[in-house]
Design a protein around this ligand. Sequence first.
Ligand code: NCD
Ligand code: ZN
Length: 486
Amino acid sequence: MSLRPDVDLVIRGAKVVSPDHIFEASVAIAGEHIVAVGHDDTMPPARQELSAKGLYLLPGAIDSHVHFRDPGYPNKETWKSGSAAAACGGVTTVFEMPNTKPATGTVEALNLKLKAAESSYVDFGIHGLLGDDTLDRLDELLEAGVTSFKAFVGNTFGNLPAPTDGALLEGFEKLAPLGIRTVVHAENSSIMARRQDHLVKAGRIDALAHLAARPAVCEIEAIGRVLTLAEWTGARLHIAHHSAADSLYLLRDAKRRGVDVTVETCPQYLLLNTQDMLRLGGILRLNPPIREQRHNQPLWDALMEGVIDMIATDHAPHTPEEKTRPNIWDCDCGFPGVETQMPLMLTEVNRQRASLMDYVRWSSVNPAKAWGLYGTKGVIAAGAHADIAVVDMDRTGVLSQGKLQSISKISPWNGRAVQGYPLHTLVRGRFVMRDGHLVSEAAGWGKSVKSVQRMPKPQPKNTEHYTQAILTTPEGLPTNALPTGT
Ligand code: NCD
Ligand code: ZN
């Protein structure tokens, strides 16, 4: 009999959280995988043990929406600093957005990003850019490593032009048969541009002018439009940072009709409103804007109901100087969030606004399903990646922007009291945060999820009307339908 321990780590006596139950168990990890979940007595001998009595084990959070700015804006964030923030926030996988410099719309730009991501602490997917001039490159971008696409239908940081409706439809026609999901920033750019123009000319420079430029109708209109195109083509759709109560009915109805749309919202839309905008000004400027209080509870209800599927953060770091200029139009849009999401949401769980099981569904299970990772990620079970957030629901503290891992040390959550923290974060069996501290040697451990991504079978629709189909001369077409030669 060998005396060599069978596994690398056993986490003893924790409460394991799934969307359906919370049960007391120990977890054995060998290499990158969970190999056993069960009664403590059944655990194999281990090289290392972690006592987790009184703590909860959550499948690591999967954040569908982060901006790590790398390449292009190292003064705002890098893959190393952004992913360190993820690690310290209990987030084990991130999906990173294409509005970097260069934007992730060519294979060369993607390769620059993949190079930068070699320093990541956490696993990652890459959203490639879907726009009028990237339509011909979708296949090669997928081949080279993007997991999904993003269409900036609403203008935002980076000022990438919104795709035309024709290009969006064509993009969906190309992606529907492949089963690839497209993230859409759903706001109507032309409405916003006109209103902002008027507001600027009228001399408005106050924080609420930003909301006046981007009322909920922008979101309602854009969501309606992209749902129509997704439903027609059968393309998979993901609505980024859903912010308005008024557009929920469109999503509810579309889901009832079987449209494959997933939806994220962010802690800021659930917990903050125009009162905070008045208090914080440009720090809270982001797109879509922070809205009136009447939106907060309906968004929460939509999460409970399943109309909104998940929590993402839209981690959008800028420097303190870029966030605090006197004129609202000069303040960059967005703020860091990947590190504060878990304590903020666990605090709401402690307030009994949702259960830990709900939280795990929103933070990990549903994003894993949306991006084709479920089973490998999003679950604590034998065979899955050992991506785990070890959580203390009793620990209290105050969020402090100065302590963030992000380069962007400015946050609307600064000074907010919370209860519930991740203490340790494991990515594929390796500690990336331990006892609340970043494990700096783990930089570079993160890798792309592309090789484990398995999207369910696609269901394209109306393919006979697809651009490719209408450009092909069908056999037997009446000769008078064809152009006559000269
Ligand atoms: C984001 C950014 O800064 O990249 N800003 C924001 O206000 N949310 C872009 C985005 O997601 O819209
Ligand atoms: Zn966005």
